[in-house]
Design a protein around this ligand. Structure first.
Ligand code: 5AD
Ligand code: SF4
Length: 432
């Protein structure tokens, strides 16, 4: 039996794509291996969001080239494939395929031809969702893409180039995927999209479906106990969606709502046209709908022209919202983006200083929140055993990791009393 090796970098959308590619290869009779020298086919499923991510892919390609069997086929799929296009073949002449995020279903065309060269970085289609086989068994958390691409055109972001303009999948296709996931083992559904709350599908009869419709429909499935979605754009947090946090118990009390910067000037240059007042108003409405809700954010520090005062405004918004579980990044100039051409690029040393200060502050708040959970009982979802096998790893409703002593008949969804906490994780015990 022929074997394939796949390594995935980047976001949840890529993780999903990687699972679909694996399911497709298995349906063609291939078997997965985690050893490059054993593989007849090697795929790197790639991320281009920051320069570091792209560099990582090219150094991994160098390693693959040295470790692979001479006649094994190899190639890249995903965002770096789209970013690099034909130049990837110039950098690594032995590559067999370079397939963008919306073209990987073309892979079978060349599977048995080691001399093949296939370049397809087209955008604009959702065929991959229809053409690829479903996974036979769903993991407990089913990631279900509902839209792909982004129309917002933030000036720092390569995603509109790599994943294209926004396309929303038909409502009935998404619900069919939810039903399939529920039937085959899912307990939690996480709806995915680069601009997930911008989901908008108009059915042939004219009915318009939004994310709130999808959530309400998925919540009807008895197997599904928890629902969440990522990643959201602030101004698309419409009232129908906010109200669901009040009425729909299965919706987790946790939302990633990236603000990126707390400076109105920087937000303008990022082409993120919302005011801080509007953003805070949305957070307050969410808290009114669901008092126990917690918010996380993504931040970029060192965007071109960011002054100390701009940066301090980011610290102020962190103080105001008290974000948990956030991600922060140094600004990284990307090809095909407007910000890469802006004057006043910030020196690396200043970016590093600001990132360290922001991270320290976010970590303090995270630790404080984690400690406030001690003594509480939360319903958590099991992700499996840790490396030692002595513990089980659960996720709380706030996506905190919670470590519990291994237990033979521990339920997948369990009430856990939190007994200890640090910055990164919680410890707990099963409530009988
Ligand atoms: N530089 C740094 N961070 C970036 N992100 C997106 N583009 C860049 C960039 N050029 C971050 C944003 C986004 C997250 C997925 O990655 O914070 O929300
Ligand atoms: Fe990476 Fe962004 Fe593409 Fe996801 S969408 S793979 S994070 S560049």
């Amino acid at each position: 039996m022929k074997k394939f090796f796949i390594q995935t970098f980047g976001c949840q959308m890529n993780v999903y794509d990687g699972q679909r590619i694996a399911a497709m290869l298995e349906s063609h009779g291939w078997q997965a291996t985690d050893k490059i020298p054993d593989a007849d086919l090697i795929i790197l499923n790639t991320c281009a969001v920051r320069e570091k991510a792209t560099n990582k892919v090219f150094s991994a390609l160098g390693r693959v080239r040295r470790a692979k069997r001479p006649n094994a086929m190899f190639g890249i799929v995903g965002c770096v494939a789209r970013e690099a296009g034909a130049t990837a073949f110039r950098r690594i002449p032995e590559l067999n395929f370079v397939l963008g995020p919306q073209s990987y279903h073309k892979l079978p065309e060349i599977l048995n031809n080691p001399d093949a060269r296939l370049l397809n970085i087209d955008l604009g289609g959702l065929e991959k969702f229809d053409e690829l086989p479903q996974m036979e068994k769903s993991p407990a958390v089913a990631y279900i893409p509902i839209q792909e691409g982004c129309n917002h055109c933030c000036t720092y972001c390569i995603v509109p180039y790599t994943r294209g303009r926004e396309l929303s999948r038909p409502f009935s296709d998404v619900i069919r995927d939810c039903e399939h996931a529920a039937r085959t083992g899912a307990i939690e559904i996480c709806f995915l999209g680069q601009n997930v709350n911008g989901y908008k599908y108009t059915a042939p009869n004219g009915t318009v479906y939004r994310l709130s419709h999808l959530i309400r429909e998925a919540a009807q499935l008895p197997e599904i106990q928890r629902i969440r979605f990522t990643s959201s754009y602030p101004t698309e947090m419409t009232d129908d969606l906010i109200d669901l946090f009040k009425s729909e118990e299965k919706l987790l009390p946790f939302l990633n709502l990236p603000i990126q910067s707390g400076s109105p000037d920087v937000l303008t240059r990022m082409n993120r046209p919302y005011s801080l007042d509007l953003y805070i108003d949305i957070v307050d409405k969410l808290k009114a709908a669901r008092p126990d809700i917690q918010i996380s954010s993504d931040f970029i520090v060192g965007f071109p022209g960011e002054t100390d005062s701009d940066f301090n405004q980011t610290m102020d918004i962190v103080r105001r919202v008290r974000y948990i579980n956030s991600y922060s990044f140094k600004y990284s100039p990307r090809p095909h983006t407007a910000a890469a051409l802006m004057k006043d690029q910030i020196p690396e040393s200043v970016k590093a200083q600001r990132l360290a200060a922001l991270d320290a502050f976010l970590n303090d708040i995270q630790r404080e929140f984690n400690e406030s959970c001690i003594g509480k009982t939360m319903t958590c979802l099991c992700e499996g055993a840790d490396k030692t096998g002595n513990h089980l790893v659960y996720r709380t409703p706030y996506m905190q990791q919670c470590i519990v002593p291994a237990h033979d008949d521990a339920p997948v969804l369990a009430d856990i009393r939190i007994t200890a906490a640090n910055k990164a994780s919680l410890r707990g015990e099963l409530v009988k």
